[in-house]
Design a protein around this ligand. Structure first.
Ligand code: CTP
Length: 406
């Protein structure tokens, strides 16, 4: 949290997620900052002016031609330490990318001196549209901080990427954007991240897999990109969209992931093995669909061990490289650290991110709880919260590692 009181402009545009922007305003005010809300006419269809005025403790600005004598459209932008637009509709993003200023918010954004943070919210099709993606790339290339969107339930019964990120994540990114330095602490670093779960085919129609969704790896990729790193994501069956601005390599099996990662790793400063990699594969994959056996109801499969990518990365790493492992364990809380320390010693990586998993927690959820162990086994940090905030804690550990700063 920023300790110096800031002047923050919160721009609210016309999307259903506008109701969540109310919490963004409340958080900033609670932290002692001066908040000016600029709402578009469309935003006021979704959330009432009195609510925003009561929470921001300031009049809400809407019209370009209100208080013209005070040149408000220039003053708000010039004075703001940061402008946060949440939700940012596809139309708003297109306007910002084109430099259009049809309303007070557009003018304020053009007149700003400080950073701009946008939290997109829209239907999946609109987010995935090439026009929106091109606009996002333009905005990112100009240093605009793009928070999300998250993946999940949208307005209707559908779900997918397009959901506005949680207010706590937007607020945190705004503070980081203001502090600037912290925000780009990974500038110039090349980071390779693996994510998702590998699948080992049994035959042309079946596989052995796991429940990893890849959400934590995607959050790491997004946060590392926003913090200035050049990120490559080696993805195995992600359930979520890879973030914009990340170079994506898709694989399916552990062997494919092994081949890709080992061929690329030397070019990276940091390798984060967040993927759930299958330890075993079929000794031989059937070319045709396996038939139900007539031998008393049992099927015996012979599995052979896959290469341990993390171990190989450690044994081939350069002195400056940081290799990060993950360990998802079903252990009790008291056993967790000991099991993690043993795994860390066995794998030899520089950091190990440890978390508890069971039928309900760890996989596919929006939040996570992790403990980060340093090479010697000491607890470096712990984090509980959205996968984005957990990603930041992990990246903080990397950014402050002695290797990184060597
Ligand atoms: N990992 C890997 N290659 C494998 C298996 C795992 O690189 N063939 C990596 C994972 O990406 C993770 C770490 O090793 O970063 C720990 O994975 P995990 O499955 O917990 O470790 P295992 O050595 O397989 O131990 P366990 O007996 O607990 O399965």
């Amino acid at each position: 949290m920023s300790r110096t009181p800031l002047r923050i402009v919160v721009g609210i545009t016309g999307g259903i997620a506008a109701y969540k922007a109310v919490s963004v305003v409340r958080e900033f005010v609670k932290d002692g900052h001066h908040v000016d809300v600029i709402a578009t006419e469309a935003a006021l269809q979704f959330v009432g002016r009195p609510t925003l005025e009561a929470l921001s403790r300031n009049p809400v600005h809407v019209g370009l031609y209100d208080d013209v004598a005070q040149v408000r459209h220039v003053a708000l932008g010039q004075q703001a330490d940061v402008i946060v637009v949440a939700p940012a509709t596809a139309n708003t993003l297109a306007q910002f990318a084109a430099g259009l200023a049809p309303d007070l918010l557009g003018n304020t954004v053009l007149a700003r001196r400080g950073p701009l943070v946008v939290a997109p919210a829209m239907h999946t099709e609109m987010w995935e549209n090439t026009a929106t993606q091109a606009n996002i790339s333009i905005l990112r290339s100009r240093g605009v901080v793009v928070v999300g969107p998250g993946v999940g339930q949208l307005t209707g019964s559908d779900s997918g990427p397009g959901r506005m990120c949680e207010p706590e994540d937007i607020v945190r990114e705004a503070y980081e954007a203001v502090s600037g330095e912290a925000h780009h602490d990974l500038l110039g670093k090349r980071i390779l991240i693996t994510g998702g779960g590998t699948r080992e085919p049994l035959d042309p129609v079946r596989y052995i897999g796991n429940r990893s969704s890849g959400k934590q790896a995607v959050a790491l990729a997004e946060r590392a990109t926003n913090r200035g790193a050049e990120v490559t994501l080696v993805a195995a069956h992600l359930e979520v969209e890879a973030p914009a601005g990340v170079s994506l390599v898709t694989v399916s099996t552990a062997a494919e992931m092994h081949a890709k990662v080992m061929s690329m790793s030397a070019d990276f400063d940091v390798v984060i093995m967040a993927a759930a990699v299958s330890d075993y594969r079929m000794d031989s994959v059937s070319g045709s669909k396996l038939k139900k056996a007539d031998n008393g109801g049992e099927l015996h499969l012979t599995l052979v061990e896959n290469p341990d990518i993390l171990k190989e990365l450690v044994s081939s790493k350069s002195t400056q490289q940081i290799i990060v492992g993950f360990a998802a364990e079903t252990a009790t809380e008291t056993e967790l650290i000991r099991i993690g320390q043993e795994k860390l010693a066995r794998k030899g990586c520089d950091l190990l991110v440890l978390n508890q998993v069971d039928w309900e927690q760890g996989f596919g959820t929006e939040s996570n709880t992790v403990t980060v162990l340093a090479a010697g086994g000491d607890i470096l940090d712990t984090a509980t919260g959205s996968k984005m905030s957990v990603a930041d804690t992990i990246l903080d550990c990397i950014a402050t590692s002695p290797f990184h700063n060597a």
